[in-house]
Ligand binder design. Sequence first.
Ligand code: PYC
Length: 309
Amino acid sequence: MKVIDSHTIGEPTRIVIEGGPDLGNGPLCERAAKLNAHHDHIRRAVCLEPRGHDAVVGGLLVEPYEADCDAGIIFFNNRSTLGMCIHGTIGLIATLRHMGRLSTSFCRIDTPAGVVTAEVDGNKVSVTNVACYRTHKNLSIAVPGYGTITGDIAWGGNWFFLINSQGPAIADSTARELTLFAELIRKALIDAGISAIDGREIDHIELFWPPSDSKIADSCNFVLCPGGAYDRSPCGTGLSAKLACLAADGELEPGELWRQASILGQVFEGSYQLLEDCKISPRVTGEAWITGESTYHFDANDPFAYGMV
Ligand code: PYC
């Protein structure tokens, strides 16, 4: 198996470019289900120790299903497959460029969540995400040790619970404290039977606080991903969910810029266009850098050839 590693302002992406499983040529959501059901050892081999670590997001580069797409990608992390991943898509574009497979500055990428597009300008990549929307505003839940916490539920290519200025402040806390707080919220949502559309788990928790420097960002976030790792980047699908909330509240006009800082202080730029039914089309801009290329070996006697569970 051959992989190419990159990071998108701190968040790692590992794209499998050769040696992945044969998932057939159906729609990408069907292929992602097959990957989960029959080839989970591939996800584990790529993301888990000893080759990976909790923050690694992997991506299986595949042929697209949808017409006119340049590539297909199925993202996954230390827990399962992901619907969409914007930092990963920015990493994918850096990878395709590194492989000499990016012949134009515009491409269409097929994903299990739908088709996204990417525009390349130097090292900057702007991803136009699938349609995003908010389903709930000001939903209150009891969180042990913190009392009542209020947040919104929105789809940004993954499901998010978004919380403004509650719990430990990002500026004053360690990632560990923020992780514990976000884990409590995720558990409280499950315990209260609160889910997204079709009973799907709200598996990403996103905390927002004012930025430490309002000259470089409009907001700072901390995103807990399913699997328990936090996003080192400002999380592009999380930013898409945030844009859906800002649009629904009338706090950001179509085309207006929103600068979202991560816990590391690095910024994604976002904006949106209005679609029908109060949905939005978010556009997120960021940068990625190639960090390495590897060939993986699978020894039949290696007890951890497919990752440490
Ligand atoms: O950038 O969309 C993103 C993302 C999702 C999970 C980790 N990063």
